[in-house]
Design a protein. Structure first.
Length: 190
């Protein structure tokens, strides 16, 4: 088991609110309503991150202290249209600051993408950030329980080709992929 203890630490609106680095960060990103909070709760084996049916609820960079040694970092969901341009710019600047200030602490960036969609422009931009900062990237395909096995194989191949990165199919409903995600996290953190 990777997570022995987990607690919410801070919802950072500014870089000044970022906690002091520890042994490493794992950041979680993805479009609004892709299931980041649900995955975080599954990995932590408790309800730490707020899950909402309304997209765009995560408006800060949320730090969760894991095993008193690491941070799981929940980045604001991007691609949500019902926020102002000014708010979107503020999120973008905050996320860029997170990457530039903590690039040496980020052990893994986990990008959740909806398995029923093709790669979105915002997903491609996030992957470019990771490449620019030399970060390890893991693509997690969410909502895979809604696809047949044949469709899923094609989608995994598509995202693997599109991003040139490891891809893990995941479902919160039937817990597909959770073991593989945990194994990947253990590999980068331990």
């Amino acid at each position: 088991m990777l997570v022995k203890s987990a607690r919410f630490l801070v919802a950072a609106h500014t870089v000044e609110q970022f906690p002091e680095p520890l042994k490493g960060d794992v950041c979680f990103a993805g479009r609004s309503n892709v299931g980041k909070s649900t995955l975080l709760n599954i990995l932590c084996n408790q309800k730490l991150a707020k899950v909402s049916k309304t997209p765009g609820k995560t408006r800060t960079i949320n730090f969760y202290l894991i095993n008193e040694r690491y941070y799981f970092v929940d980045l604001p969901g991007y691609g949500y249209a019902a926020i102002s341009k000014a708010e979107r710019q503020r999120w973008k600047k905050l996320i860029e600051s997170y990457f530039s200030l903590r690039k040496n602490e980020i052990k893994l960036s986990v990008l959740l993408v909806d398995s029923r969609l093709t790669a979105q422009e915002s997903d491609k931009i996030f992957v470019e950030y990771c490449e620019h900062y030399g970060l390890n990237l893991l693509i997690v395909l969410s909502k895979t329980d809604k696809l047949s096995e044949t469709q899923l194989k094609k989608v995994v191949q598509y995202f693997s080709d599109e991003f040139g990165s490891e891809v893990i199919p995941y479902s919160a409903l039937n817990r597909r992929g959770v073991k593989e995600i945990v194994e990947r996290l253990v590999k980068v953190l331990e």
